[in-house]
Every structure is written in structure tokens, then in C-alpha cells.
Design a protein around this ligand. Structure first.
Ligand code: HEM
Length: 415
């Protein structure tokens, strides 16, 4: 590590995020030339906070590796990294191969097939919620919507859905600091450090994914698990470990991120009634409104890379092995790119937000699916002329990694 600047303010303390994202601290870092060295554990990381720098780091995967170390802030021991390695923690050529295999299941054409069922789930949830006159938007709409969609897409039978929702909620909790399950929950006997989120719920999810995969191999159906177990490219297939980690990544990614987007979106619509009115008045506003919602929400706050060799970024020398952390939320409030970045502007154009990453090989594989889900939700809210209103302040998750909201009490009326 070659430190040229230092910042005494700790932005990694999870409890800081109970009051929401600490924007002022990041605005100050964006204004500081070069990268900011931030202490963390025994060492630290380079904080990448400007839009242009996040894009550049994302697009230089040879210099800024995903496979060395880990893509979260903390390091993993080599055996744990190997056991837990998902598509996110992989470099070319392994990543290129894996991404080519699985991307077949995520093309716009493959995802469009799921739009009708997404709409059906959305309508059910919204109608129930409206009939009750509102309530906790997170528990009753934002959380069930994406998990029900991803389970349907994967092909999880209806009778198992509650069990999977329970497991995935434990995973989401695992992104904050509190351990919630005993180590042997769900019959787990694997050391926790070898499991994603150090959670026995990961063991349960691996096991479930393996059993479902075996069933679909024997008896193929029209679903994504069947696609994944049957995938073949010149005789190449997913290995056992790749399949179970990918299944795990989909259940987690399909659950936590979209839930967060939908929650911040609803809160933004309630707090900015004039902007929601623009969407109600004009269907052409749905598309830019969804993009602004994604920028506003930025559900994944950061991803880490590790310098593969001595290099530089934004004029700051970086030593081999240094951690480099890209803060998407900060990039999405960069004054150099967005006019009045702290204003929710449903018609913002252009809106080159980095909610799905800064481009490059790891750009969110589920971006088309996530956009489809959020668009269907906004369309259905519009059709119902829904007007949301905040009843009590939202409860934020104590996490520096996801922009989570634990509950958001809201009322609803018709425009
Ligand atoms: C609003 C919702 C979502 C947001 C904000 C989001 C955000 C992100 C971000 C920031 C990354 C890392 C990009 C990078 O490192 O360059 C990522 C990667 C990924 N996302 Fe998403 N995501 C969302 C929804 C989804 C959904 C619904 C799925 C699938 C069901 C999904 C699957 C993935 C996968 C598999 C990767 C790893 C791609 C790779 O490493 O090649 N995401 N996402």
C-alpha cells in the first residue's frame, strides 16, 4: 500500500447506516483529488467515489481483479474463498466461460417469457395491500415480489416457496452484523466460514438447489434450473460447485437487490408527489422514472476489487494487493455527471447511473430482469392511480454493503 491521502472518517461502521447512507462523507471524498485511503481492519482500502473512476476500475479487470481476495471488504482464507467462490469472485478466463454459459438464461428474450407471471404476482400483492389500506411496504410488497418472481423463474414448486423465502430472509439478515441462527441450523455441519454470509441458511440453500437440479436433470421442465443443469457449450457444463454457487447467487441477488430498489422507489414517490404525478400523467414517463428510481435506490452500495500488480487510478499510485472499493452510491450522486444529484427527477435524461455496476465483465447479469420487475410494478401502480404516503420513518438496515430498508409503513389513496 502506498498511502498519499488519509481520511479519518470511518464509512465502514455498519451502525452509521442506520441513519441512511452517509452522503456528506462521500461528497467530501469526491471533492478530494485522487483516491482516498480508508483504514479498515489491519490495513485499509482505496475508496473510489467518482463516477468516471468507478467506470474505469470496472473496465480494467486485469488490473483490478475480482478473483484475488474477495469482492466484499473483508478477506477470506483461501479454502473459504474456493468453497464460496461465485461468478462475482472470478476473473477471465474462468469468468468468461462461466458468464457465457449462464448468460443464455438471462437474455431479454429468455426473461420476457416471465413478464406475465411477474405481472400476476405484482397485481395480487398490490391489490391485497390496497384493500388493507396500506401497511409495511417492505414486508407486504417489496420483499415478497422479487422472491416470488425468482422462485417461479427457477422452477421452485409452490409448496416449497415458504421454506425458500425463510432461508433467503436469513441470508439477507446475514449482510448485517448480527448472527441469527445456531451453526447447526438446517442440519448444517459445514464450518460457517466456508459458507456464503457465514450462514447455515447457505447450507440449506445449497442442498435445496442440488436436489432440485437432480430432479430437473431426470425430468426436465420449462424453468431456469432445467436450463442451468442442461447448459452445454461445446461439451462444457457447469461444475457441481459452480451450479450450487450460482443457484445461491440467484436466490440472493434476485431477492435482496430488487426488494431494496422497490422500497426506495416507493419512498421517493411518497416524498416527491410532484414527480409521481408526472408518471401518473404520462405513460412515457415510466421508463425514465424507473431509471431514476434505480439511481436513487442504488441497492448495492459497493463492490471491491484487488490490485493484481502495481498500477494507478485517478493519478493515485496503487500497490499490488491493495484493496480498491468502488462506491456506486457515491458515483450516482456525482455532481460532475448528474445535475442536482440529490433531487429525485423522474424525467432525468440522460441518466447514466451505475446501480448495476460500472460496466465491464461483471455488469449485473440480472439487470434486464430487475428492470422488467420494477417496470411492471410502476405500470401497475399507475393503472391503480395509487398515491403513497409515508406514515412513519423507514427503518434502515445496519449494512455498509446493501442499501437495505427493514420496514417502511405507508398509507395509500387513489389519485
Ligand atoms: C435492482 C436490482 C439489482 C441491482 C441494483 C444489482 C446490482 C448488481 C451489481 C452492482 C453487480 C456487480 C457489478 C460489478 O461488479 O461490476 C451485480 C452483479 C450480478 N447480479 Fe445484480 N443487481 C440487481 C438484480 C439482480 C437480479 C434480479 C439478478 C438475478 C436473478 C442479479 C444477478 C447478478 C449476478 C449473477 C451478478 C454477477 C455477474 C458477474 O459477476 O458476472 N442481479 N448486480
Amino acid at each position: 500500500m502506498t498511502s498519499t491521502t488519509s481520511d479519518p472518517v470511518d464509512v465502514t461502521t455498519s451502525s452509521l447506516y442506520l441513519d441512511g447512507f452517509p452522503h456528506e462523507r462521500f461528497t467530501a471524498m469526491r471533492e478530494t483529488p485522487g483516491l482516498t485511503w480508508h483504514p479498515y481492519g489491519d490495513s485499509g482500502f482505496w475508496a473510489v467515489t467518482r463516477h468516471a473512476d468507478v467506470k474505469e476500475a470496472s473496465k480494467r479487470p486485469t488490473d483490478f481483479s475480482s478473483g484475488i481476495g474477495h469482492t466484499n471488504l473483508w478477506d477470506l482464507e483461501p479454502d473459504a474463498l474456493e468453497a464460496r467462490r461465485s461468478i462475482l469472485d472470478t476473473d477471465a478466463p474462468d469468468h468468461t466461460r462461466l458468464r457465457r454459459l449462464v448468460s443464455k438464461a438471462f437474455t431479454p428474450k429468455a426473461i420476457r417469457v416471465w413478464e406475465d407471471v411477474t405481472r400476476q404476482i405484482t397485481c395480487e400483492l398490490l391489490d391485497d395491500w390496497m384493500e388493507k389500506g396500506g401497511g409495511d411496504w417492505v414486508a407486504e410488497v417489496a420483499a415478497p415480489l422479487p422472491i416470488r418472481v425468482i422462485l417461479t423463474i427457477l422452477g421452485v414448486p409452490v409448496e416449497d416457496a415458504d421454506y425458500l423465502v425463510e432461508i433467503s430472509n436469513y441470508l439477507v439478515e446475514g449482510t448485517s452484523d448480527k448472527p441469527s441462527l445456531p451453526a447447526d441450523a438446517y442440519g448444517n455441519s459445514t464450518e460457517l466460514r466456508l459458507l456464503p454470509f457465514q450462514s447455515p441458511a447457505s447450507h440449506a440453500l445449497y442442498e435445496y438447489g442440488e436436489q432440485l437440479g437432480a430432479k430437473r436433470l431426470a425430468d426436465p421442465q420449462e424453468d431456469m434450473v432445467t436450463m442451468l443443469v442442461q447448459l452445454e457449450d461445446d461439451g462444457d457444463r457447469l461444475s457441481h460447485n459452480e451450479y450450487r454457487n450460482f443457484f445461491h447467487a440467484l436466490v440472493f441477488a434476485g431477492n435482496e437487490t430488487t426488494r431494496t430498489a422497490i422500497t426506495h422507489g416507493a419512498m421517493a414517490f411518497a416524498d416527491n408527489p410532484d414527480q409521481w404525478q408526472r408518471i401518473l400523467d404520462d405513460p412515457a414517463m415510466v421508463e425514465p422514472g424507473v431509471e431514476e428510481l434505480l439511481r436513487w435506490a442504488t441497492p448495492v452500495l459497493h463492490m471491491r476489487r484487488t490490485a493484481a500488480a502495481d498500477t494507478e487510478l485517478a493519478g493515485t499510485p496503487i500497490a499490488a494487493g491493495d484493496k480498491v472499493v468502488m462506491w456506486y452510491m457515491s458515483a450516482n450522486r456525482d455532481e460532475a455527471v448528474f445535475d442536482d444529484p440529490f433531487r429525485f427527477d423522474a424525467g432525468r435524461d440522460p441518466n447514466p447511473h451505475l446501480a448495476f455496476g460500472g460496466g465491464g465483465p461483471h455488469f449485473c447479469l440480472g439487470a434486464f430482469l430487475a428492470r422488467m420487475e420494477v417496470t411492471v410494478l410502476v405500470e401497475e401502480m399507475r393503472k391503480r392511480n395509487m398515491v403513497l404516503e409515508t406514515r412513519s420513518p423507514a427503518v434502515h438496515a445496519p449494512s455498509n454493503f446493501v442499501h437495505g430498508v427493514l420496514s417502511a409503513e405507508m398509507g395509500v389513496s387513489r389519485a
